[in-house]
Write a protein that binds this ligand. Structure first.
Ligand code: HC0
Ligand code: SF4
Length: 558
């Protein structure tokens, strides 16, 4: 084993890319704005500077570890240097912290506090800039940008979109879209991952809660809400529970206290998706047409395909996403209500805001899903309602659409949709077979997974990808004939919906815990397979008769 010395302590080197990772392993939270282990090293912010035993100052993120190296992380020179960087950043930054969407979660704010910045010695040169509110998913404020480039690298390297990049040089340098067009006119797919890595309020998720409060206080409106699978394991950490803990019952209770009239689980919609998608897939396997079948539930992926691979639209499942299926069912059920009915969806996702606004998901101009709020916005609602979340007693969702299956719940983690569909397709309905499916390769946090199963006497080849760069690489290898698949699950966010940009920000371990929380919910659920959910049969025999296509499918018009 090789060692280096950090602040007079020996620390083992174990394949780390740079000394920053070694230092963090030693329990020292060296500050950075621009370092993320999943992105390339940019080395721009200089906050992670360290001193070696000759007194040379270097950035820890871009220095590879060497055996015997002696590093100091907290000398008077380094402290002075860090304060100087922070003051320079603050001197060129809008400082309306109390009214900033990022208040309390801003890295610049946190580090200014950590390093005791009480005054900024430089003249404030920040200029107001117009907000870019053109996207339905995120809002950009250039005056809060610190040029760390995290968003640019995320959009390019992980999502392969490249909607934003650095423009100009020197003091005019900024992050911009091509020709400074509004974001809505670019190839942005609304995944929101740029906002996940943005350390300040320069890119934030659009907040739609104000409109919702209005609806909630309107006596003539019935407000119905559905909760996505990933929300239940993503919300707890900020409200007094551990990361990944399933707090669905408390969310349901909180939503009722806030004033929602009926509360449902998007997993119920997911059960319908499983049935429809499994049937569609079986048909395509028979005819051989439009294979591989790509899943359709991730709206950022659908948008990505429309913009970059229009020829693949016919391969994408015609199934509406679970959110849309459940919303269509709910609106149909309440068709003749006296009151106006609005459907709200609580999602881990920013792109769902855009999906809800698509013309394909409107009837006579009225959307099936009227409002989408993210997990983070739900946290705002709960706090604004002055609820003490940890003291709320859990409650169950409403009937008659209140039954779900474990299959519908695991949708929220990468591989979950596939596993649920395999459960449906598998001829062997024993509990042994059900458990064995978990070991076919569908589970795990890797960005690319493969599985093979037998279905109707033939081998079915499956790929599961999360992160759009991974999806793009896979599509290219299919097009070049290097790979061949029958079924491809795509989720835009690394790890699937649990890592959605609408969730509180977490790290790799956090995503793992959230995934484990969903698998645990499946284990605890007494209905495992979607087709065993009683509401499914009831609705196919009832409301959905002759309306399956109208209510559960979609033809993307592009
Ligand atoms: Fe997902 Fe979904 S699983 S996309 O990640 O399919 O957003 O959680 O709600 O619609 O169910 C998000 C999560 C959903 C949908 C479901 C799917
Ligand atoms: Fe890029 Fe996604 Fe941000 Fe759009 S939302 S700019 S696609 S990272």
């Amino acid at each position: 084993t090789e060692f280096m010395v950090i602040d007079n302590m020996p620390v083992e080197i174990n394949g780390e890319r740079n000394i920053l990772d070694v230092i963090r392993k030693a329990g020292i939270d060296l500050p950075t704005f621009c370092y993320y282990s999943e992105l390339s090293v940019y080395g721009a912010c200089r906050m992670c500077v360290v001193e070696d035993h000759w007194g040379t100052i270097q950035a820890a993120c871009s220095t590879p570890p060497k055996a015997g190296m002696e590093i100091h992380t907290n000398t008077p020179r380094l402290r002075k240097y860090r304060k100087m960087i922070l003051e320079l950043l603050l001197s060129n930054h809008c400082r309306d912290c109390t009214t900033c969407e990022k208040n309390g979660k801003c890295k610049l704010q946190e580090l200014a506090q950590r390093f005791g910045i009480k005054q900024v010695r430089f003249h404030n040169t920040s200029e107001d800039s117009e907000l870019d509110t053109s996207s339905l998913c995120i809002v950009r404020d250039k005056s809060k940008c610190i040029l760390c480039g995290d968003c640019v690298r995320m959009c390019n390297e992980v999502q392969n979109v490249g909607a934003i990049d650095f423009a100009f040089r020197g003091s005019k340098m900024c992050v911009s879209t091509a020709f400074d067009e509004p974001l809505a006119n670019t190839k942005c797919v609304g995944c929101g991952q740029c906002s996940v890595v943005c350390p300040t309020g320069a890119i934030v998720v659009r907040n739609d809660t104000a409109k919702l409060w209005k609806e909630l206080s309107d006596k003539n409106t019935k407000v119905i809400v559905q909760i996505a699978p990933a929300v239940r394991v993503g919300i707890g950490k900020e409200l007094g529970f551990s990361e990944g803990q399933n707090v669905m019952g408390r969310i349901v209770a909180a939503l009722r206290r806030i004033g929602f009239d009926e509360v449902f689980d998007t997993s119920t919609g997911a059960d319908f998706t499983v049935l429809e998608e499994a049937e569609e897939f079986s048909k395509r396997l028979l005819t051989g047409d439009n294979l591989p079948l790509f899943t359709s539930c991730c709206p950022a992926w659908v948008r990505y395909a429309e913009l970059n691979y229009p020829q693949l639209i016919k391969n994408i499942s015609t199934c509406r996403s679970p959110m849309q299926m459940l919303a269509s069912i709910l609106k149909e059920h309440h068709r003749n209500d006296e009151k106006r009915v609005v459907v709200v969806a609580v999602m881990p996702c920013t792109a769902k805001k855009q999906e809800a606004a698509r013309d394909e998901f409107k009837e006579d101009g009225v959307p099936y899903v009227d409002y989408v709020i993210t997990t983070q916005e739900l946290i705002h609602l709960i706090k604004e309602a002055n609820l003490i979340f940890s003291e709320i007693e859990p409650e169950a969702v409403d009937m008659p659409f209140g039954t779900t299956s474990g299959s519908g719940v695991i949708f929220g983690v990468t591989g979950g949709v596939t596993e649920a569909v395999i459960r449906r397709l598998s001829d062997d309905k024993s509990s042994f077979a059900l458990r064995a499916i978990a070991f076919t390769g569908v589970r795990g946090m890797q960005g690319v997974k493969e599985a093979r199963i037998d279905c109707n006497g033939r081998e079915v080849k499956i790929a599961i990808v999360s992160g759009l760069k991974n999806a793009d690489d896979l599509i290219r290898s299919i097009q070049q004939g290097e790979k061949q698949y029958d079924f491809v699950e795509v989720m835009s966010c690394p790890g699937g919906c649990i890592g959605g940009a609408g969730q509180p920000v977490t790290n790799r371990d956090g995503k793992y815990n959230r995934g484990a929380g969903l698998y645990n919910a499946d284990r605890m659920s007494n209905i495992k397979r979607s087709e065993e959910n009683p509401i499914i049969k009831e609705l196919y025999d009832g409301m959905l008769k002759g309306k399956v296509h109208k209510l559960l499918h979609v033809n993307y018009r592009k």
